[in-house]
Ligand binder design. Structure first.
Ligand SMILES: [Zn+2]
Ligand SMILES: [Zn+2]
Length: 362
């Protein structure tokens, strides 16, 4: 990560939302790749500016960034800043922002696209393994249900833009009356006060596929806010956070599980039962002479893989447990065993004492 995000946008810390938005617009216009063809520096700058804005425009990310700096975003704890273009999801990313600012096509009336919405959801590892469907309460601006008839905007004459002249300069900006749509509602609509939009609370069905990870986002096309006066709807992005599990640790498609076994089982070998993510028990063989910290792989018992029928593996990290509170008899047995070790020298002790000898010699 490069510069401070506020610096990148030419602002100082504590800048307001509107200052951030306006600084971003200025910078994005200046460094936009369409205007700077063949200038890699501009493209780089544009990406930096866009990255900074991605964080600062989002109240949650901004707060985390203000508090912890870049570290807050790099640990993946924030649902993956810069997680755009996650495999299979969205793929919108920057282009969403371009359309918002520059409109499509240029000239003539422009559509005013509705805002994108973000919905954060936290699920546990088992839900990430199984997938989950649920209804989310969403509050947003929706298209007014009344039937409106339209006429050309009285301010811009249907052009969507207005031109202001000052000396030699002529500037064109989006018409404030019709927000660039070139149209206005005829008569008076009591439901939407002629804005074309009304507040709506709805339950949105969200389906989280099995195998999802923290930082993934699901794009629900058209489920964002309604556009103004006939503009297209924004999208809704579901940001996923998978909470940590008491027993299992996720490593991409694999599941790691720490299992303690008696040191005798580690030495002699044997069979143990371990739990899996689908709440079943599987039996695994411990080979003779299993060392603490070594791993065993159980094929196909790991996480579900996104949009794939196969599964990752379960990795068992074995820890040999040292017995405590031994009885007198047990102590005697172990002492005898220890004497036999000293006589015969097990592989492990030999290796270690060889190293010690070498250390003292040098
Ligand atoms: Zn207008
Ligand atoms: Zn209306």
């Amino acid at each position: 990560m490069a510069d401070d995000f506020y610096n990148t946008l030419g602002l100082s810390k504590g800048a307001s939302d509107s200052e951030i938005k306006s600084a971003y617009r200025k910078m994005a216009m200046k460094y936009h790749p369409d205007r700077n063809q063949g200038k890699p520096d501009a493209e780089k700058k544009f990406k930096e500016v866009s990255n900074a804005y991605e964080v600062l425009k989002d109240p949650q990310k901004k707060q985390a960034y203000d508090q912890y700096g870049h570290a807050a975003l790099e640990q993946g704890g924030m649902g993956g800043a810069g997680g755009f273009g996650q495999q299979g999801f969205g793929g919108g990313g920057f282009s969403d922002i371009f359309e918002d600012i520059f409109g499509m096509g240029g000239g003539g009336p422009q559509e005013s696209r509705g805002d994108d919405l973000r919905y954060d959801v936290s699920i546990d590892l088992e839900e990430a393994f199984n997938g989950k469907s649920f209804e989310a309460p969403i509050s947003k601006m929706a298209t007014c249900p009344e039937k409106h008839s339209y006429r050309s905007c009285s301010t811009c004459d249907g052009y969507g833009k207005v031109r202001t002249q000052s000396g030699f300069f002529s500037m064109e900006r989006t018409c404030g009356r019709c927000s660039g749509s070139g149209q206005e509602i005829k008569g008076k609509c009591s439901k939407c006060s002629n804005t074309g939009r009304v507040k709506e609370n709805k339950k949105l069905k969200i389906k989280i596929p099995a195998g999802i990870e923290t930082g993934n986002r699901i794009r629900m096309t058209g489920e964002g806010e309604a556009g103004e006066l006939g503009g297209t709807n924004g999208d809704l992005y579901v940001f996923i956070n998978v909470t940590s599990h008491k027993i299992f640790e996720r490593d991409k498609n694999n599941i790691i599980c720490d299992v303690a076994i008696p040191f005798t089982t580690a030495a002699l070998g044997g069979s143990i039962e371990v739990p899996t993510i689908e709440k079943k028990m599987v039996s695994i063989n411990i080979p003779q002479g299993m060392q603490s910290g070594h791993k065993l792989r159980v094929k196909g018992k790991g996480m579900s893989i996104l949009r794939n029928d196969s599964r990752g593996d379960m990795i068992i990290r074995v820890h040999a447990e040292t017995p405590v509170n031994l009885s007198k008899d047990q102590k005697e047995l172990l002492s005898k065993f220890n004497e036999s070790l000293v006589k015969e020298n097990s592989k492990m002790t030999e290796g270690f004492f060889d190293k010690v000898k070498k250390m003292f010699k040098s």
